[in-house]
Write a protein that binds this ligand. Structure first.
Ligand SMILES: Cc1ncc(COP(=O)(O)O)c(C=O)c1O
Length: 453
């Protein structure tokens, strides 16, 4: 079982290794990058992302859709959009705009989410995406209304909340009463309602119920259930299905005692499974896809922060950095985690020695929640050193409470094709005032009468 330090070191090697005792991604020293872009910042590796997409597609033998929510940075999405048979799964009007700007073809985009607004439904129809993965019978009618007003037809995937739970995962979004998807018991009603609207084209079904899945056998069983559900939907529709979207949720071994998701093992089992179902005429011409977020991009990102202070207090040492939960909520365990555990951390300025102290690594915010770990093994952290938080390519920048405490937002830098690409510049402290409107205090307005309490 690799330690957290071993995982971080393996990722350092994949990013391009070390030079003169310090992390040197793509041959550029990390201190040079930190000076150029300011700390803290996100560093991504483009080739790692592209390679991962290809590897997943080859292992599964299906199309791969990128869940834009994992990292909606335009440059990251562009790299995935250029890959063969790579689509996008979006969940808001903003993500749809990013996917289109990144170059995903409309017929490669699917849209999920239980609360789509009228404006989003209009955008879905205007963009002519492959499928709106509808989450209720009401949404089926609303989508048909939007398509009718635009005089267009639009594809529909029925997001089904299956009766069986996907075991062996963290954070479940199906198999129980949740706001996601249409109850499997209502499948027939949903198929009939979709077919009753001439503006709608029934594409198929979508099931996404869990994230951080590592159990290959449980996931294969889940996929078999989805295929059976697809056959039922085809029977109800009286014609073959065009799409089965298996969701995804492949795990990333962020924490101690976790190992890599067995992609090859799963791929082998899944290809066997698909080989058994593919010849069924009810699946003739069907597109099979997985929509994956963290599995495609998490490895390829590091959040780099600088040590501002080192404080021994009552036998414990606190390493205070300039990066915190406001930029990286998930790595501080504040995104719904029940037990707070630490991501792999490494002193990037001293990669030539083994960890020699156990410290708490904390951020600059005025809350004890702003902590990356209470007992992290690090190599002699000193003021000015750069600390890396690994597996930060997914659910980092965009999943954070960026406005909390009004610190500037960090830069995002992508290494790709032997060059550095600034995807997003760091903000300045004054930028917190952008978009705010000041009160016109020069004149004294008539007071709004207050009700007596
Ligand atoms: C509908 C849907 N698809 C895909 C994903 C991506 O999940 P993951 O990043 O675990 O692969 C999510 C995550 O919440 C989701 O809600």
């Amino acid at each position: 079982m690799p330690t957290q330090t071993a995982k971080a070191r393996a990722l350092v090697a994949r990013f391009g290794g070390e030079r003169d005792g310090a992390f040197s991604p793509g041959g550029v020293s990390i201190s040079r990058l930190a000076e150029r872009y300011g700390t803290p910042f996100y560093l991504y590796h483009g080739e790692m992302i592209s390679q991962r997409v290809r590897r997943v597609r080859e292992a599964l033998g299906t199309e791969v859709s990128y869940s834009v929510k994992a990292n909606p940075s335009l440059g990251v999405c562009q790299l995935i959009a250029r890959e063969r048979e790579a689509g996008a799964e979006v969940a808001s009007g903003g993500e749809l705009a990013v996917a289109q700007a990144a170059g995903f073809a409309s017929d490669e985009i699917v849209f999920a989410g239980p609360g789509k607004t009228d404006d989003e439904l209009r955008r879905i129809v205007d963009a002519g995406i492959y499928a709106d993965n509808v989450e209720s019978v009401n949404e089926i009618d609303r989508l048909a209304g939007a398509a009718g007003r635009a005089g267009k037809r639009i594809g529909v995937g029925l997001r089904i909340n299956p009766t069986t739970q996907l075991m062996g995962s963290q954070m479940r979004m199906g198999g129980a009463a949740t706001q996601f998807g249409i109850d499997q018991a209502e499948l027939q009603g949903a198929v009939e309602r979709t077919l009753s609207h001439p503006e709608l084209i029934l594409r198929g079904i979508h099931v996404y119920t869990a994230t951080q899945v590592f159990d290959v056998a449980a996931l294969l069983d889940h996929c078999r259930n989805i295929l059976e559900l697809g056959l039922q939907a085809a029977d109800l529709a009286g014609r073959p299905l065009d799409m089965i979207d298996f969701g995804g949720g492949f795990g990333i071994p962020y924490f101690e005692n976790m190992v890599d998701f067995d992609l090859d093992g799963f791929g082998e089992g899944f290809r066997d499974l698909l080989a058994r179902y593919r010849p069924d005429p009810r699946l003739a011409g069907c597109r099979f896809l997985f929509e994956l977020g963290r599995y495609l991009v998490a490895d390829a990102g590091i959040y780099v922060m600088r040590v501002v202070d080192v404080k021994p207090i009552r036998g414990k040492t606190f390493v205070v950095t300039d990066g915190g939960m406001n930029h990286h909520l998930t790595a501080t365990g504040n995104m719904g985690q029940v037990f707070r555990k630490a991501y792999p951390l490494l002193n990037l300025s001293r990669t030539d020695a083994s960890p020699d102290v156990n410290v708490a690594v904390v951020g600059p915010l005025c809350t004890p929640l702003d902590q990356f770990g209470a007992d992290i093994a690090l190599t002699g952290p000193r003021v000015g050193d750069l600390i890396g938080v690994f597996y930060s390519g997914a659910y980092g920048f965009s999943a954070s409470n960026l406005g909390f405490l009004s610190h500037p937002t960090p830069a995002e830098v992508l290494l790709w094709g032997g060059e550095e690409h600034l995807l997003r510049a760091a903000a300045e402290p004054e930028d917190v005032l952008t978009d705010q409107r000041a009160l016109p205090l020069a004149s004294e307005p008539d007071p709004v009468p207050l009700a007596r309490s």
